[in-house]
Design a binder for this molecule. Structure first.
Ligand code: ADE
Length: 233
């Protein structure tokens, strides 16, 4: 799967891409992540990417005549155009269901904004899928794009060692429960002991305990997930 990230700050991604599962997946050719600096499409001598909003007001707006040519150029770098995602707090809230849908794509373009956002004509022309990672405002779309790459890549076959491990994740289709409490050695720490059942070796009992633990936890922390039609599913 190919991710093309369009940003004014490609350096934000460099450390993240150089570590752990993501690096391994790239080394193994399972995913490809390309970073493009949108400023390379600023063709004036000051490399201007933004301007003051018409009608006044605070902040700056990313210019349509810089962003649209940039996206069109990047689209032409592969045989088939990718689905364009725009990171914005005005977008539809990201859920595991959307992540599963995105993992079916061959290629995603992630458009990261800064300042007050994009000229509306960027949206009118490109008709991107506008995505928010939550009801809070980030300094830019880069962290949101990293969240998308991170959550989508785990679902690509071969990326996780154990094929099942993403299937049983909380929020994945078919699992609306939070995960159960986990323990490892030592058996006791500062007077806190591991639940006896987990040491019993009785797998039937252990599975019952885990199921009850998942249900209790979900009921207490996220009762909305137990609704007939929980939001985001
Ligand atoms: N850019 C700024 N805030 C954002 C958010 N919450 N989600 C996605 N992109 C953003």
């Amino acid at each position: 799967m190919r991710f093309d990230v369009l940003t004014l700050f490609p350096g934000i991604f460099e450390g993240y891409l150089a570590e752990s599962l993501l690096k391994e997946a790239m080394d193994r050719g399972l995913i490809e992540v390309n970073l493009y600096n949108m400023r390379d499409w600023a063709n004036d001598k000051h490399n201007t990417m933004d301007d003051r909003p018409f009608g006044g007001g605070p902040g700056m707006v990313l210019k349509v005549d810089r962003v649209v040519p940039c996206v069109e150029a990047v689209q032409s770098y592969a045989p088939r155009p990718g689905r364009v995602l725009m990171m914005t707090p005005q977008g539809r809230p990201l859920t595991q269901r959307i992540v599963e849908e995105l993992a079916q794509e061959e290629r995603l373009l992630l458009l990261c904004g800064r300042y007050e956002g994009f000229d509306q004509r960027v949206v009118d022309i490109l008709q991107p899928d506008e995505i928010s990672i939550g009801d809070y405002v980030l300094n830019g779309g880069e962290v949101a794009a990293a969240v998308i790459i991170d959550s989508v890549m785990r679902l690509i076959p071969g990326v996780l060692g154990d094929e099942n491990s993403a299937v049983v994740d909380s929020f994945s289709s078919g699992n609306r429960l939070l995960e159960e409490d986990q323990y490892t050695r030592p058996r006791e720490y500062r007077g806190l002991a591991v639940p006896e059942i987990l040491l019993s070796g009785d797998h039937g009992l252990i599975e019952k305990w885990r199921e009850a633990n998942r249900l209790d936890k979900t009921f207490l922390r996220r009762p909305d997930l137990l609704d007939d039609e929980p939001s985001g599913y």
